[in-house]
Design a binder for this molecule. Structure first.
Ligand code: ATP
Length: 372
């Protein structure tokens, strides 16, 4: 992951206090998002949270109802009216690429350059195709191209007019898993090389973490949390954010003297929760990432320290890591079930016992009421 930017970059795109309703459904609810020059911002969240609507409002494909949209500091939609999509200085890439089947690759890319002289159109289109590694395919037709190649042509077409802002809506979701990784890697390089400010919609947390300088996590039309990928993963502000960006074991507990007891150890509440649940007696939700549970054979126990002991219910190799299902006493005479993830091949026998150590940096405490 890249380091977060130190300085606040110049605003290339701003959506200011945008609210949008479809009948009685509030798809976007008072959302403010800015994208700095050269920055990649990912709008992220589950299906229906309003991210596509927000992107379409930025593009001008959806009429703004409330709020303001600015591109490079210039108002393109607001109280004074709206600039049509083609005059906003934004490039668009959609999930289905929307290439014209009857036009060659070159003519598809030239399409957005019709205001320029023909030789200039050709030069710019070829230039954009070369940027995405498709310079040799200019005379082909879309149906001759693989999904990944079509995606690159769509990106070239969006880049050719040299827009200040690029808007991409689920641009990789039409590709199979292996190709998707490769194409998004290439796309990231192209975006960084061209320096276009980018707002990209994805429902895939891993994709957002890979591509984004900043992630805007949405929930039911609102912004849940904004931050760089490392922040969202390691310092989620809510249980929703914690669960969206990684697997979690969800437990409940009660605060006693600033701590909460879990089957894998005692956690200090301070530094985890958002501050409002530190009162004694407060119910909290404790979320523990599977990789926070460090497992070891009992014989490796540190002398003097009393380890937490778990019984292995099942263990499966997933490839790069192993998933281990554990049963532990819950301290109330019952059993609690937890998942642990260990790097590489770690396949203890079912029924065997292991020691469990908790990495407290990957455990989060939230007020129970907020998570409901
Ligand atoms: P997805 O990834 O499934 O597209 P999303 O996060 O992009 O989801 P939106 O497509 O923006 O979400 O939809 C937000 C809400 O607005 C949803 O409840 C959706 O049903 C509703 N909605 C979106 N477009 C329309 C429309 N044209 N007419 C009516 N309701 C709509």
């Amino acid at each position: 992951p890249r380091e977060p930017r130190a300085a606040v970059p110049l605003e290339a795109l701003a959506l200011d206090a945008v609210t949008h309703r479809f009948g009685t459904v509030t798809a976007v609810d008072d959302v403010t998002v800015t994208v700095g020059a050269g920055e990649i911002v990912c709008l992220c969240g589950p299906s229906g949270c309003g991210k596509s609507t927000l992107l379409r409002i930025a593009a001008g494909l959806e009429t703004l109802q409330l709020g303001e949209v600015r591109v490079g500091g210039r108002m393109v939609a607001g109280e004074a009216g709206a600039v049509p999509p083609e005059r906003r200085g934004v490039g668009l890439v959609f999930q289905d690429y929307a290439l014209f089947p009857h036009l060659s690759v070159l003519d598809n890319v030239r399409f957005g350059l019709s205001a320029l002289p023909a030789d200039e159109q050709r030069r710019r289109a070829l230039d954009a195709l070369r940027q995405v590694g498709m310079g040799d395919h200019a005379d082909r037709f879309p149906h001759h191209l693989s999904g990944g190649q079509q995606q690159r042509v769509a990106l070239a077409r969006a880049l050719a007019p040299n827009p200040a802002v690029l808007l991409l809506d689920e641009p990789f979701s039409g590709l199979d898993a292996r190709l998707r990784e490769q194409v998004r890697d290439e796309t990231l390089h192209v975006l960084k090389r061209t320096g276009a400010a980018t707002m990209l919609v994805t429902h895939d947390p891993e994709e957002a973490m890979f591509l984004a300088d900043r992630i805007v996590l949405m929930r039911d039309g609102r912004v849940e949390q904004v931050g760089c990928p490392v922040d969202l993963y390691t310092r989620p502000a809510t249980a929703y954010a914690a669960a969206f960006f990684g697997e979690v074991n969800a437990l409940t507990g009660v605060v006693r003297g600033g701590t909460v007891d879990t089957p894998v150890g005692r956690l200090a509440v301070e530094g985890h929760a958002c501050g409002c649940c530190v009162a004694d007696g407060a119910s909290v939700e404790v979320l523990i990432r599977p990789e926070a549970l460090k497992l070891a054979p009992l014989t490796d126990g540190v002398p003097g320290a009393l380890p937490t002991i778990a019984r292995v219910a099942a263990a499966r190799l997933l490839g790069r890591s192993s998933l281990v299902h554990l049963n532990l006493p819950d301290g109330r005479g019952g059993t609690v079930h937890l998942h642990a993830r260990m790097p590489g091949q770690f396949l203890p026998a079912e029924g065997s016992h292991l020691s469990v150590e908790l990495d407290r940096t990957q455990a989060f405490v939230f007020p129970a009421s907020v998570t409901k």
